[in-house]
Design a protein around this ligand. Structure first.
Ligand code: C5P
Length: 419
């Protein structure tokens, strides 16, 4: 039933923790995989060793564990699972999750996860009925968290009422239902209308943009890269979106947040970027702002190259596909407007003009990336736009303003070409 499904089980500190050991067994029996996060309080009730033996996996219990972070970072932990189950969900864990607190591994994971969450509360009846817990329950429900239990009955503390954790079989049934209905409740995406105004000069147009550097692997841990930050390409994507376009942004590895309302395709190498660009066609405008590596290592080593005191390993290079030139000469799907970028360190306009002819694109945007210009990785840019009508130089501006100026001009050029 749970075959191929992976569950991250957070065990809080309560007497019901012992039932979670049984839950692990049931999930495993159903074919699912379980990774366990055990809170400090949880470890007072059940040992990591028991849980590791049952789950067949390492148990995670420290936020700042260097070895854990190397093996699997706490963000990664929350992302690789299909579902996060909190059992027992103590009053404390519910309060933290409801308020976005993140001061240990369990609460940090709950804040970082983008996966659905199922909670099985367990606590003393008065704690459960307390206005604070009921408030947290309502908040968590509104945030999309699903609940199973608590059940009514005798409590370990001698009182009677709601607060007993649901039985492991009930929790398993709730898990099954979440998967089985095919309706794992994912957080609703922000309404598209708010992000992309349906009107604008580029409404109904598809704009394809490449951005960032590429990483060309040498061996499993080393790669060839460059200093591109992706900022100009990401700003172009936002500017095109703001003029109403549907935007596909094919990005090399950068540390920028994904622009809202833009289809982001992440790639690493030039060859992956080439394939992603091809797959995104047809497009009305294609803008190649990525700093694609011209060369890759001819034979990537399968294992880490060793410094064993012998000869220094030679790096033989092979040429990468020139994505801009390929798309500009595409036999069947050439976009109506193809724009390339030229990062030059000397004779900027002259070299860029030659590049426009060589690559076969309609426009080249040339920028001066000579050392000291601060353009590569910086926030400002000064560009020259070279097209059929000659060259236009824009004043130095921040990259968002440069992007808006460029996209406005591209929209006009496209309209002219189409009329
Ligand atoms: O030849 P150069 O790398 O200077 O050309 C820069 C322009 O060509 C940029 O628009 C860049 O995105 C694009 N380019 C590409 N594929 C390559 C190399 C460059 O699309 N392999």
């Amino acid at each position: 039933m749970l075959k191929g499904r992976s569950i991250l089980l957070i065990i809080g500190g309560g007497i019901a923790a012992y039932k979670s050991a049984e839950l692990i067994r049931l999930i495993k029996k159903s074919g699912g995989g379980v990774r366990v996060i055990l809170t400090k309080a949880g470890s007072e009730f059940v040992t990591p060793l028991t849980l590791a033996s049952l789950s067949g996996e390492k148990v995670y219990d420290h936020l700042f564990s260097l070895t854990d972070e190397i093996e699997m970072g706490h963000i990664e932990l929350s992302r690789v699972a299909d579902l996060v189950v909190v059992a027992p969900a103590t009053a404390d864990l519910m309060a933290k999750a409801a308020n976005g607190l993140a001061n240990d591994l369990a609460s940090t994971t709950l804040l970082a996860t983008d996966k659905p969450v199922l909670m099985a509360p367990a606590m003393n009846v008065r704690m459960w009925l307390h206005a604070a817990t009921q408030r947290n329950l309502a908040t968590l429900r509104a945030d999309g968290v699903t609940f199973v239990g608590p059940n009514e009955g005798d409590m370990a503390c001698g009182e009677y009422g709601p607060g007993r954790m649901a039985e492991p079989a009930e929790i398993l049934a709730a898990i099954d239902e979440m998967f089985g209905s095919g309706a794992i409740p994912m957080p609703a995406p922000p309404p598209v209308k708010e992000l992309a105004p349906p009107r604008g000069p580029l409404a109904g147009k598809h704009v394809l943009i490449t951005a960032g550097p590429t990483h060309e692997p040498i061996d499993p841990v080393r790669y060839i890269a460059n200093r591109s930050s992706g900022k100009q390409g990401y700003a172009l994507a936002e500017a095109a979106r703001d003029l109403g376009a549907r935007v596909t942004l094919v990005s090399g590895p950068v540390s920028l947040p994904p622009p809202a309302g833009v289809m982001l395709v992440r790639v690493e190498t030039a060859r992956e970027m080439n394939e992603a660009v091809e797959a995104a066609l047809p497009a009305d405008i294609a803008i190649f702002a990525a700093a694609v590596a011209d060369w890759r290592v001819k034979a990537e080593a399968g294992q880490k190259l060793k410094k064993d005191g012998k000869a220094i390993p030679p790096l033989e290079l092979a040429e990468n596909p020139d994505i801009l030139a390929r798309i500009a000469r595409h036999p069947s799907k050439r976009p109506a407007l193809v724009v390339g970028f030229a990062a030059e360190t000397e004779k900027v306009v002259e070299h860029a003009q030659a590049k426009r002819a060589r690559k076969g694109c309609d426009i080249i945007v040339a920028n001066d990336v000579s050392p000291g210009s601060g353009v590569m990785g910086g926030d400002r840019n000064r560009v020259h736009i070279l097209g059929d009508a000659g060259a236009e130089t824009l004043p130095e501006m921040d990259k968002a303003a440069v992007a808006r100026a460029l996209i406005a001009r591209f929209a006009v050029t496209l309209a002219r070409k189409e009329s």
